[in-house]
Structures are given as C-alpha cells and as structure tokens.
Ligand binder design. Structure first.
Ligand SMILES: Nc1nc2c(c(=O)[nH]1)N[C@H]1C(S)=C(S)[C@@H](COP(=O)(O)O)O[C@H]1N2
Ligand SMILES: [Mo]
Length: 422
C-alpha cells in the first residue's frame, strides 16, 4: 500500500514520468478493491515445491507470448519461418524459446558426440574439431542481433501484415558464447592462403540444405564467432545446436546453423543462397548482390496492432527496438503525425554495437488519432529512410533488406493498425 502511495506522489509531482496525469487509481476512490481488502488464496495456501519444475517455462498467463507463423507465406513448414513476439517483450534480450526460426530443410537433431567441424581449403593444416576441442579455445561473450534479410519483406508494395510480430519479428538478440573464427583459422594456419585481402571462407551447415555462404576473409577475421551458447545455455536445437556461426551485423542467412565446414577459398562460391536468393532485384530487373550488412532500422513494438492502448487517457509509454549492422544506435526519434514532427526518445541503455537497443518515449495520450513512427540513427550518421525514399532507390521488386520507417495508425479507441503514409 505504501508503495502505491509514494508512486502516486511521484506521479503527482511529474517527476517519475515527466507528465502530470496520474497512471494509478486513487485509493478507495472506486470503493473497496477485493484484491486489497480480502486475503487471497495465494496468501493462504502454499505454492509449488522446488522440485515441481526442474526446467521452468513461462507462467500459463503468458501463454500468448509465443512464436507464430503465417501459413500462406511458405509452401511447407519444413522450409519456413516463424516470428518473434516482439510486441510482448521488453528490454533487449530475446529468450531462445520464442526467438524466430528460419529453416531451409527443418531443424535437425545433432548430438555433441556426433559433432565435427572441418576447416579445409587454402590452409596450412586441414583440421577437424570435435565439440570438446572447441571448448578448449579461449572464449568470448557478445550480444548481437540476428535479422533475416527478409524481415519486413512483405511490406514493399504496401502495408500487409497487421502485427509487429509479423512485420518485424524475423529478429532476435542474444548473448553468445563462443570462439572467434579468427582463432580457429589461425589454428589451421593461413600461410598457404597467401595474400588474404582477396580470400574468402565458405561456411556450410550439417542439415540437408547446408545453407552454404561465402564470407570475405576480412569479415571472417574481424568479429565472426563460432558460438555454442546463447543467453548462458546451450543453443536450442532450432538455433543450430550444438554450434552455429554468428556473423555480427550481417544478414541472418549467413549465420550458418549446425556449422560443419569452413573452407578457405580464393573466390566466392556463388551458392544458391547468394545468387538466386538473398539478392535484391532492382526496378530495372538487375539484381544487387553482396548486400550483407543490415542497415539501421527501428520499429515501435507498443503500442502496435497486437498491443493496443487499453488503459484510457493519460500517461503512455511508447516503446520499441532499434538496431544497426554498422555499429551502435545513437538516437531514435518518434513522430505522432506521420513524420511531420519528431521527438527524441530515451534509450533504455546505451546501445551495444550490432545489438538491439530499446527505446522509450514517456508521453501522454488523450484519444487523439496518431500516425506513430520511429526513426533510428546509427554511429555512422545514417538515418533510417522512409518507405518512399527506399522505393526510389530500390523499386518494388525487392524482398530483402527493407529497413524503412514503419507507421502505426492509432485510433481514438486505442487500436493500432499497419498503414502507409506518403
Ligand atoms: N544450416 C542452416 N543454417 C541456417 C539456415 C538453414 O536453413 N540451415 N537458415 C538461415 C537463415 S535464412 C536465417 S535468417 C538464420 C535464422 O536463424 P534462427 O533460426 O536461429 O533464427 O539462420 C540461417 N542459418
Ligand atoms: Mo533468412
């Protein structure tokens, strides 16, 4: 009770939220509240014993916070995608259990004992590592976002999917533990490769699709990780157990799961995943390729179509996520009028490089219709483009790399809808 009172006092002074209206209900204002005046079951009976749940799942009241897919999007759930419920999460870390999955031939089950990683090609000594071998190299910890290049890909021609989970949910952000790829390449020795500036590595997975991709040596020796833990625990099967590649800031397709082979080559392999797929068809029909970096992007996660305003007038927290494959997010602006005027949001925490950054705008809503947008800026000075600006450069044939500003129309009843403004 005391906490409620002091919170109200803070709200009244305008100190906590920067706005004057109170978000709480005045005590005793609407008659007695049984949740305050009556002793509840949970205070009378004991709860679950400690051995009831050896590995915990979210409480049943959160059963809605799950990955979802869009059945018509792909022909078969084996080669498909589901989406992170970003509308319902806060902070920046994505729990593995609801982090989006993208498979080209299903999620395979590969035991640590059966795991082998080969490094071959232009190396001094071709090597094969077991899982245990990998654990004996110096380890690093880094938080990075992984965004599928197709995230927001359905929105090019107009507003399509009515939920931020579906428009922007092909993204997750985890703390990875692993060995730098540089360490493993040096273990095999790169002397045989000669001049490294024009060399590549070709990485492939152990699943039927293999999902092979070519990565320039400069990136391979920079910040790429061979990861075996995410958010402190083993990778989940669907994220590549026991080992996946982490390619910070670059399109999710290059983050090869169930990593089985790394070949040092003197040219890109031009595999399926980097020619017929994951290239961007421009207005004149030609295709851009090697569009590896995910440009700065942001989106408001609440309010949003799956997260309408339900609490009536007064204080409102607008929140969302921003990220850039080029480094740190430095600023996020929010517009309530479809991009005519902007307010600068507060960053939940100074952003990590190539990781999700949470932003908040502590504001007030009194039933006005809004056209809500967010616009991210990164440390290179890049500003997230509008949809029209992006279309001018890219045309409407694209699927991948849509990092445009998203608009939610907020109606007087608090509902939100995916719309487009021009
Ligand atoms: N071996 C393998 N690696 C893969 C894929 C795959 O199908 N097989 N899908 C890729 C794609 S397109 C993306 S976007 C990311 C998705 O990673 P996630 O399933 O952990 O979200 O993994 C990539 N790595
Ligand atoms: Mo992807």
């Amino acid at each position: 009770m005391k906490a409620t009172l002091s919170r109200r006092a803070l709200l009244r002074s305008g100190f906590a939220t920067g706005v004057s209206a109170a978000a709480g209900a005045a005590l005793a204002q609407d008659g007695p509240d049984p949740l305050i005046t009556e002793t509840q079951d949970w205070a009378i009976y004991t709860g679950d014993p400690v051995d009831a749940t050896p590995y915990g799942l979210p409480i049943r009241f959160e059963a809605d916070v799950i990955r979802r897919n869009v059945p018509w999007l792909t022909a078969d759930p084996i080669s498909s995608i589901n989406f992170t419920p970003i509308h319902a999460l806060d902070g920046t870390i994505t729990p593995q259990g609801c982090a989006f999955e993208r498979h080209h031939s299903g999620a395979i089950e590969l035991a640590k004992e059966d795991y082998r990683l080969m490094i071959n090609g232009l190396v001094d000594t071709p090597l094969v590592f077991t899982y245990e071998d990998l654990e004996r190299f110096p380890r690093e910890n880094h938080v990075y976002f992984c965004e599928c290049a197709a995230n927001t890909g359905m929105e090019w021609a107009g507003a399509q999917l009515n939920g931020v989970q579906f428009t922007h949910g092909m993204i997750h952000n985890m703390e990875y533990t692993g060995v730098s790829l540089r360490t493993l390449l040096n273990e095999a020795g790169l002397g045989a490769a000669g001049d490294l500036s024009d060399k590549w590595v070709y990485v492939e997975g152990a699943d039927a699709s293999s999902n092979g991709r070519s990565i320039p040596m400069e990136k391979a020796l920079d910040d790429v990780l061979v990861a075996f833990k995410a958010n402190g625990e083993a990778l989940r099967k669907e994220h590549g157990y026991p080992v996946r590649l982490v390619v910070p800031g670059w399109e999710g397709n290059m983050w090869v799961k169930w990593l089985r082979r790394i070949e040092v080559t003197d040219a890109a392999v031009q595999s399926r995943e980097e020619t017929s797929k994951y290239t961007d068809v421009l207005a004149d029909g030609t295709a851009r390729k090697w569009t590896w970096v995910m440009d700065a992007k942001s989106v408001i996660t609440s309010p949003s179509p799956q997260q309408p305003i339900t609490h009536g007038n007064g204080p409102l927290v607008i929140t969302g996520l921003a990220w850039s494959g080029h480094g740190k997010i430095t600023r996020v602006d929010i517009s309530k009028d479809g991009g005519m005027t902007w307010e600068t949001a507060r960053l939940g925490r100074q952003g990590d490089t190539k990781a999700l950054t949470r932003f908040y705008l502590d504001t007030e809503w009194n039933g006005e219709p809004w056209l809500l947008q967010s616009r991210a800026m990164d440390e290179t000075g890049y500003v997230q483009p509008t949809k029209d600006e992006l279309r001018e450069v890219r045309g409407e044939n694209s699927v991948y790399h849509n990092n445009c500003i998203q608009t939610w129309a907020i109606a007087p009843d608090g509902k939100a809808e995916n719309v487009e403004v021009s």
